[in-house]
Design a protein around this ligand. Sequence first.
Ligand SMILES: Nc1nc2c(c(=O)[nH]1)N[C@H]1C(S)=C(S)[C@@H](COP(=O)(O)O)O[C@H]1N2
Ligand SMILES: [Mo]
Length: 395
Amino acid sequence: MIRRRSGGPARRPAGPAGPISRLVRSVPRPEDFTGPSHSPLVAARLGRWLGVAFGLCFVTGLLSHAVAHPPDWFAWPTRPASLYRVTQGVHVLSGIAAIPLLLAKLWSVYPRLFARPPLRRPARLVGHVLERVSILLLVCAAFFELVTGLFNVAQSYPWRFFFPAAHYAVAWLAVGALLVHVGVKLPVTRAALASRLDQEPVPGRRAFLRTAAGASGVAVLATAGVTVPWLRHVSALAWRSAGGPQGVPVNRTATAAGIVVPADWRLEIVWAGGRRGLGLADLAALPQRTGRLPIACVEGWSAVADWTGVPVVDLLTAVGAPAGRPVRVSSLETAGLYATSTLPAVHVADPLTLLALRVNGEVLQPDHGYPCRIIAPNRPGVLQTKWVTRLEVLG
Ligand SMILES: Nc1nc2c(c(=O)[nH]1)N[C@H]1C(S)=C(S)[C@@H](COP(=O)(O)O)O[C@H]1N2
Ligand SMILES: [Mo]
């Protein structure tokens, strides 16, 4: 609601009555927006919720980045087997929760766009400019993250840049701008949070906040079924379900990846000082193990299945290869990001890291990685390489 002030001479002295000054005077001021949502009390509360959502999203995003591209100092455990499933679910769902909150917050504070810089006090001007620049950066970066994240879960890439690198870099921008923003606003925020919402005689603030929180909750419920099994029937907007061949969704089919399994397919195992080739019958003849493990995609969806195959550690031991080192896994799919993945030594040593031949009691279908694929506990889906053809023990 915009209520125009009468513009009495005490507050806004009348200047010369030219068209420009009339135009300037017609531009509203922040005080002209008197709706219940346009209050620092509301903005601060929305900001606090957004801070929680962005904080969760940022930390889980950093974690996912570190798991996918581990720096030397970083060690990611193999257990709990579903930890990545939880952290990546939190990443995607906290991002979704942030969307209605961000829109509500922008609605709440947009009248501030009309604040005039206090030109007469240069000391304030620096703070004012810093505040404006950090907000512009924050809004742009937050929108970029939320929108590119949404497009990514929808597996749509209508842009030229490489999504993970851009999404990761802009996350730092967003957090930097957020810290500056919180720092600059701290006194206002403190005071606003300390004031009771219903103290001033403006009805509707609570209703606005409740609506924003409700929209955020509905957005999460409508999508959380991608990873929370008991919400599968509630989540109308889930972009993946438990459906799919053999009860597991498929991200890229064998046809899309151009996979043709040669008739004389053999798994090649290579290590310093040796190499062995094993056919599918050889692999099936080795002692098998079944593990109930999730595929947890970076896109937030996850699905649990019973995977059966040869533990990688047993396989290496059986052929006489060292089992305490990282192993590079290569796919029949030779182009692109999914062609190889590297199992860290801790994952190689874990007996639940399987070279899987079967899923849910059946031979793997081509789309799930026939003849064999990697399934390891607590790993992002992108690293669960399908159509494996070679294991190389790294030095
Ligand atoms: N060779 C290869 N392996 C791959 C992929 C791929 O495209 N090619 N997709 C990965 C991704 S992103 C995920 S989430 C899982 C999905 O496995 P699924 O299709 O069996 O569910 O496989 C992973 N392994
Ligand atoms: Mo994935």
